[in-house]
Design a protein around this ligand. Sequence first.
Ligand code: GLC
Ligand code: CA
Length: 542
Amino acid sequence: MGNYEDKGHLPTFSQMDTGPNSPAWLNQAVFYQIYPQSFYDANGDGIGDIPGIIQKLDYLQWLGINAVWINPCFVSPFQDGGYDVADFYRVAPRYGTNRDLYRLCREAHRHGIRVCLDLVAGHTSTDHPWFKASCLSSRNKYSDRYIWTSSTISGADIPLSFIRGYSERDGSYVANFFYFQPALNYGFAKPAADQPWQQSVDAAGPLQTRKELIKTMDFWLSHGVDGFRVDMAFSLVKLDPGHKETIKLWQDIGQKVRALYPDIVLIAEWGNPEESIAAGFDIDFVLPFGVGGYTDLMLNEKSFFRRHGGGNIRDFLKLYLEQAAKVKGKGLISVPSANHDVKRPCADERTVRDLKVIFTFLLTWPGVPFIYYGDEIGMRYIPGLASKEGGYARTGSRTPMQWGDGPNAGFSTAGEDQLYLPLDPRRNRPTVKNQASDPRSLLNHVRKLIALRRRSPALQAVSALIPLQVENNDRHFAYLRQSASERFLIVLNPSAEPSLVRINGIKPDNLVPQICHGAQACVEGDDIQVELAGISYGIFKL
Ligand code: GLC
Ligand code: CA
């Protein structure tokens, strides 16, 4: 009884592939997500900016990162941290200028780092000039850029959120997320015959919206950007069962854009890889919504990565392997360390040691790793902060990066009260500076893991994953990663309980420890025996 399948539980083997149109660089990619307002403030106004990112490229290169995703950095009233765009073609003045962004691309490339922007495809801000024009009761070029019902007073009984009485135009608009984010009009999958305001995907208005989206992508790609993370990518066509029309729409867009820029990456915020990969995206995420999985791993009380009272890996693994099987040969799934919408892994009871187990998993897992800024030093989710720019509970995951031990942890030279958000107030808050010089720090652990991944084909995006059955203990997890030339065994114990575990059915010639803590393995007859301390990890080369 070697693996899950032998016990009739789960598929044995999963190998992913990058998509047919994916760039070759994706297999070795390690992404870093930058929340620009909180990363590094170069001009001392208290808000992070693009010149600040440029100054920190050396750090990212030192860490081993080779791609970044930057949250929206465009003109915006910032009611939702920039996900309410008022001009898709211009960098928000608080972050710098378009020229700064072009320079960031050039400098990043010099550091071997690719740059992806956040594309808010589904909606704009109510401040966007297109929306203001579409609010007018007289017909104009933008009347059909958004979705408006034909009467404000009579209701529409369908599951969309309608905002009534916003303007003199007689109609309600459809909001995509917050009320100030009107949905762009990409049409309805099956417009109701008696509701003429529901337009089909190939009506003039929706086609014009689509054209404009392609134009935006072309604009930034022509200035050196390497791809996009697409916000709410599933949301474009309305009342679209199975997202069939949205999938077709993205296939069309992807084809047109990739014809001009074959080396780009398209990353979906979708949460359902079966759909997003069919839509032509290279990567989708394991998120708390959609198919889910992230919650089972990190967030809930019974999640696997909990020291006390946590659950087993099965719920996550089942979801993950089902999805992986569905996208086999077509695209990748990523498990992010966190993002700007979820609680950072360093929250509640977790310590550096717990985080080391988590990162050992994240950086040996298939797909493309995404490290949310600050997670590599164990920055904490700060509870109880007042909401900032539509952050609400998410605000605690968006605080300034902790670089050093000077004022404002080296994030900014502004006065403390001018900072975008307050810093972690703890005196022993982690910083890059302290951890860089400590070989046992989380930062150096992450750095070592990235280096191992980048030099080991078996640990990269598409290499096989073989989950193993560990006898008698559900709080551990062991798996193999393998390529044609090499094989690794990874063993994780996120629980506080030490244990002696046996892994059956693999008889390696060698068992060479790579990055280990509290895990000792040896071959015993037909089994591998691993002695695991509480909260331990081991990567062994077989
Ligand atoms: C996505 C973003 C989130 C934003 C929302 C609306 O989920 O990640 O931060 O609020 O879309 O654009
Ligand atoms: Ca600034």
